[in-house]
Ligand binder design. Sequence first.
Ligand SMILES: [Fe+2]
Length: 461
Amino acid sequence: MNINRMFLILLSLVLVVGIIGCVKNFTHDILSYKIKSNREIDLFIAADPHHLSKETYDDGPAFDTFLNTGDGKLLNYSGEILDAFTMDIQNRKPDIVVFAGDLTCNGERESHLELAEKLRTIKRSGTHVFVIPGNHDIENPWARNYIGDELIRIDSITSDEFVDIYSQFGYKDAISRDSDSLSYLATPSEDIWLLMLDSAKYDRNKVRDGPEMGGVLSGKTLNWIEQCGELARENNAKLVAIMHHSLLDHSPIVNENYTIENNDEAIEVLQNSGIEIILTGHVHLQDIKSHDAGGNTIYDIATSCLIAHPNQYGTLRFVPGKGFYYQTNRVNMDNWARENDTSDSNLKDFHEYSRTFFQKRSYDRYYDSLLEIGGYTDMEMQAISETIAILNLGYFGGFRNDALHHIFNTDGFKLLIESSPNFIRDYALSMFNDEKTDNNKIFIPINLNRDSTETHSGFAN
Ligand SMILES: [Fe+2]
């Protein structure tokens, strides 16, 4: 063996040891990116698909009551909506699709297995799929069969089973996994890495009557995030985070158990790790909030629930040298209904059906709340509930401020304004004093001061 060859072997060894040393618990070859640098990347995000397998219910009163006392989710059509979303993906061919938790209704094993099958269909069409759990997905004590007028408790899944069922959708190819949660780091492309954060608190669900609704990023997870941030920086990659719970409050009124409990600390760590965008779900609201610190801004973009009106998902396009374009898109149910030649009138006129269902569920819930608050006549409660139900159609769909001014002339709104302060009045008024009027789109330019990397320098902003 000549000297040159020995030198080359030694050099390779030094490089290998160097890479292993620097990636620590980063297990896979970080250079095997599927999407090369300087390419536009299309990422779709679906939040809260809450899939419920049709194997778990029949057309009896138990399921009917469950469906018609909920928050407007079309659990009875979750499979069809997911199939229509899959058709959209097959037609539009995004590079990546992420599911930001609450994959299932109440963590039923059957629903998870069916959803994984649907994700395999998406993956076969050439789109990378990544998932994280939400508060409904693991060890959920609410998992039920709805048979006749009976509710029968059924199996949910453990966190190990979650990883097993969704191994192809992030866990198997993760270059690093957090030891304290089901968070992982995915590197589908050279320019954009995905920090998939598990904020759900399911450890004690087994001994509870219902799933823990709130979320957190533990101290250990935050340390791991810092390591991911360093690794991304060393590799000139931009980190985009995905998490189920909110990082920033999406409403001044409704935020407890929606925003993670240690968000001040988490915001600092995420910002220090170079993260400017976090895509979330959980609140079922379409809403964008931002937070500034030291000249850097972080955006929490909450995409509304896929199976509730207006049945939309988020699309995030990364354009090298420019930035990120986020906008929402409604699931094309008409296309699905036509292709499948459905005879179901709800699916044939889906958006009208979904809107009416959501509006009625809002109306009933707020009427019940007003009954509890007390002091209103029946006519007044009807008028206010009607107003809130119309407001909620716009609000959950991402509209605020001037975009909701059409409600001002209704009797219900006038009654609310004249009311003494209560939760419903505060909630309605908060819609008119919000950060953005239309939360269905935003352009976030690349922060060139911050990302003066080889990848991005040389491009005009
Ligand atoms: Fe949730």
